[in-house]
Design a protein. Structure first.
Ligand SMILES: NC(=O)c1ccc[n+]([C@@H]2O[C@H](COP(=O)([O-])OP(=O)(O)OC[C@H]3O[C@@H](n4cnc5c(N)ncnc54)[C@H](OP(=O)(O)O)[C@@H]3O)[C@@H](O)[C@H]2O)c1
Length: 270
C-alpha cells in the first residue's frame, strides 16, 4: 500500500463470504488512511450478486468495477489481472481469495475434480501474480492469498483441497523470495473454521455447530471479518517487514490436539 492518494486492489472470490468482508475491510482501511479505494471485484460469472457488491462499494465511496472470470481457465486469469490493472490504473494489492472444494475420498476422486481444485486454488494465484508482476513491482505492492488449515494438516475426505492449499502456501513462499528484491511482499492466511456460504450447510446442523465450537479453544467459529482484518494487516504498512509467512487464523484449533490426549498432565493455573 504505497500510493498515498489511492489504494488499487483486485479481490477474487469477492462475492463470497471472506471476499466480500475483505472488500469492505479494504474500504474501511483506505478511508482511515485518507485514500480513495479503486477496486476490481471478481466473481466467476456476472450477475446480480456481483452487481450488488459493486453498488454497495460505490455507495460507500469506492471506485468499484465488477469483473467476471472463471479462474479455472488460464487465459481468463491473465485477462482478469490485465483488466483490473487497466480499470484501477495500476495495482497495489492482489487478494487471491477464490477457492473451491470437491469433497471426495482420494481412492475415488476424478481427475476432473483434482484438476479443477488445483486450477482454482493453486494455479490461479500464480497466473494472476505473474500477469500483475510489472504493476506490483511498480507500486512495490502486496499479494495475499487465502490458504487454509487444510493446507497445513491433511483433511481426509476433502479430495485435492489439502494438497492444493499446501501447494498454494509454498507457491507464495517462493514468490516472496523471488520478488522480495522488487519490494513485493507475498503472504498467505490460513483460516480454520469460518462460517461462510461455502461452509453454511455444515453449520445449519445445530449439533455439529456446537461440537465445532467446543473444538475451538477460543470458543467460537471464525467470521469472515476475522479473516478480512488479518488480510488488511498483511496489505498495510504495519506488516512492511513481513513476507513469505502463512498466518494461521483458527482460534487455536490446530494446536489443540495434544491437549486432548487422555492422561495428559494437568495444567497448573496457580
Ligand atoms: N469458510 C471456511 O471455513 C474456509 C476455511 C479455510 C479456507 N477458506 C478459503 O477461503 C476462501 C474463500 O472462501 P469462502 O469461505 O468465503 O467461500 P465462498 O463464500 O464460497 O467464496 C468462494 C468464492 O470463490 C469463487 N470461485 C469459486 N470457483 C471459482 C472459479 N472457477 N472462478 C472464479 N471464482 C471462483 C466463488 O465465486 P462465485 O460465487 O462467483 O462462483 C466465491 O465467491 C477460499 O479460498 C476457501 O478455500 C475458507
Amino acid at each position: 500500500m504505497k500510493n498515498p492518494v489511492s489504494l488499487r486492489a483486485l479481490v477474487t472470490g469477492a462475492t463470497g463470504g471472506i471476499g466480500r468482508a475483505t472488500c469492505l475491510a479494504l474500504l474501511a482501511s483506505a478511508r482511515a488512511h485518507g485514500q480513495q479505494l479503486k477496486i476490481a471485484v471478481a466473481a466467476s460469472r456476472p450477475g446480480p450478486t456481483l452487481d450488488a457488491l459493486v453498488a454497495e462499494l460505490q455507495a460507500a465511496g469506492a471506485q468499484a468495477t465488477g469483473l467476471a472470470a472463471d479462474l479455472a481457465d488460464a487465459a481468463a486469469c491473465e485477462q482478469l489481472a490485465n483488466q483490473a490493472i487497466a480499470v484501477c490504473g495500476g495495482l497495489d494489492v492482489l487478494i487471491s481469495n477464490a477457492g473451491v472444494v470437491r469433497p471426495q475420498a482420494l481412492a475415488t476422486l476424478t481427475l476432473t475434480d483434482w484438476n479443477l481444485v488445483f486450477e482454482v486454488d493453486t494455479r490461479a494465484t500464480w497466473l494472476l501474480a505473474r500477469s500483475a508482476y510489472q504493476a506490483l513491482a511498480k507500486s512495490r505492492g502486496v499479494i495475499v492469498a487465502v490458504g487454509s488449515i487444510s493446507g497445513l494438516f491433511p483433511f481426509p475426505g476433502l479430495g485435492a483441497y489439502s494438497p492444493a492449499k499446501a501447494a498454494l502456501i509454498m507457491l507464495c513462499r517462493q514468490l516472496a523470495q523471488e520478488w522480495a528484491g522488487d519490494g513485493i511482499r507475498v503472504n498467505t492466511v490460513s483460516p480454520g473454521l469460518v462460517r461462510t456460504p461455502l461452509t453454511e450447510p455444515v453449520y445449519r446442523d445445530e449439533e455439529v455447530l456446537q461440537r465445532r465450537i467446543e473444538a475451538v479453544p477460543l470458543g467460537r467459529i471464525g467470521t469472515p471479518e476475522d479473516v478480512a482484518s488479518a488480510i488488511v494487516y498483511l496489505c498495510g504498512p504495519g506488516s512492511g517487514y513481513v513476507t513469505g509467512i502463512d498466518m494461521r487464523l483458527d482460534g487455536g484449533l490446530c494446536d489443540h490436539k495434544l491437549g486432548n490426549i487422555p492422561g495428559k498432565p494437568r495444567a497448573r493455573t496457580t
